[in-house]
Design a protein around this ligand. Structure first.
Ligand SMILES: [Zn+2]
Length: 255
């Protein structure tokens, strides 16, 4: 696949057939706030049966996360990050810790600008690289005016303390609580130094698992300390959806 074909592929994903109301996705999730989770009857294998709106969690053919394996290496466009500092708004929504981001931070990808809305964490990781599992994963969620989504995923592996996460992980709110701190953060400090990435077309990894996401997953993980993982696990526990079938999809990898 050359660059021109890649852009055509991307355009097909981000054009009319995938337009949706982001707001309705959020409302659907919030209305059913306590119905889905990660253990017992609420666990991922039962999501499709919890609500008819979640049917695609079971029937969808382009679900996420996946094992990123045997990618096709291509001259993919670089992701241009234009992240500004944001006041620190941390929310514990019961399924993850989410940091809501101030307006005005964007990425430029494939000729389209997407705005960073929030980032949140999964423990352990959701995506795997060639079956390798990582300790955690952060999802930076971006969307544009036509409702198309790009999620940038950064894998996290055990190592030294991640100083960019320290102000967040020290202040993790209890279930259903929010914390608005008089600190600023910059999400660019969560990005790895190398910019190689994987690209594929998938879904939200939480109900309603809408198949609307352009996934960009950095190959290089960032570090996180055992203590930081423990801080998160104590509050949220495990919140990773299992690997989904690749089916008839391409996984691309940048040069
Ligand atoms: Zn996520």
């Amino acid at each position: 696949m050359n660059r021109r074909i890649f852009f055509k592929y991307l355009a097909a994903i981000t054009s009319g057939s995938f337009v949706f109301s982001w707001q309705s996705v959020i409302e659907a999730s919030e209305k059913n706030h306590l119905q889905w989770g990660y253990i017992g009857k609420a666990a991922p294998e039962n999501w499709a049966n919890l609500d008819s709106k979640y049917a695609v969690c079971g029937s969808g053919l382009t679900q996420s996360p996946i094992n990123l394996k045997s990618p096709i290496t291509e001259d993919l466009p670089s992701i241009s990050f234009n992240y500004q500092e944001s006041a620190l708004h941390i929310v514990n929504n019961g399924r993850s810790i989410q940091v809501n981001y101030a307006p005005g931070s964007t990425i430029l990808f494939g000729g389209t600008t997407y705005e960073l809305q929030q980032f949140h964490f999964h423990h352990p990781c959701e995506h795997k690289i060639d079956s390798q599992e990582f300790d955690m994963e952060v999802h930076l969620v971006h969307y544009n005016k036509s409702g198309s989504l790009v999620v940038v995923a950064v894998l996290m592996e055990l190592g030294k303390e991640n100083l960019a996460l320290t102000p967040i992980f020290k202040e993790l709110p209890q279930l259903g609580r929010k914390k608005n701190l008089s600190l600023t953060i910059n999400a660019k400090n969560l990005l790895p130094t190398k910019n190689n990435y994987y690209y594929y077309k998938g879904s939200l990894t939480t109900p309603p698992s809408s198949e609307i996401v352009n996934w960009l997953i950095f190959e290089q993980p960032i570090k996180i300390s055992a203590q930081q993982i423990e801080q998160f696990a104590k509050i949220i526990g495990n919140n990773a959806r299992p690997i989904q079938a690749l089916n008839n999809r391409l996984v691309l990898k940048s040069l």
